[in-house]
Design a protein. Sequence first.
Length: 184
Amino acid sequence: MRIEIVQGDITARPVDAIVNAANSSLLGGGGVDGAIHQAAGPELLEACRELRATKLPDGLAPGAAVATPGFRLPAKWVIHTVGPNRHAGQTNPALLGSCFSESLRVAEGLGVRSLAFPAVGAGVYGWEARTVAQVGFEAVHAYMGRPVEAGVQRVELVEFVLFSEEVAEIFRTVLEETGGGVPA
Ligand code: AR6
């Protein structure tokens, strides 16, 4: 398993699944959420509305994750997660870590081999990019450290896709500081 840092637009990534930094309503927003809905097409909003009408009448809680198809995206799946909103007083980093670990759990359940994360929480929700990188890598390392059950397809590639070069550089630096990924 490996971790890669990519500077670019997550909607263009040729991976099995991309993660969306959504809000609890699941009904779209700005930032990476808006970009993903735009690129996936209106079917994505329909799928999110369907989730609200069935499994998630109260919306998706911060730290939880749920999947929909990717529709017009290169990625087969979108895994929606909701970062804690620092501006609303949600300052517990464990909740941010849960966004990454729950997304990995959902991805594994779908048989996803390659998964791309944005900097969940590092925009509108007010987390420092450095904190998001530390928490995100820690969650991936914990995932990789877990024993593999027989017959389970593990996620093999985790990309962190950062929109700006500045944030990509922060992620590269933190990755080096934390040991630069892990042996396969
Ligand atoms: N590809 C990769 N990263 C992107 C892209 C893109 N196309 N577009 C933006 N980013 P944000 P949050 C980066 O605000 O902080 C939405 O309205 C962006 O530069 O998208 O979790 C939701 O609906 C930043 O580094 O997510 C919620 O209401 C990172 O993605 C709320 O914002 C995350 O920024 C969620 O806020």
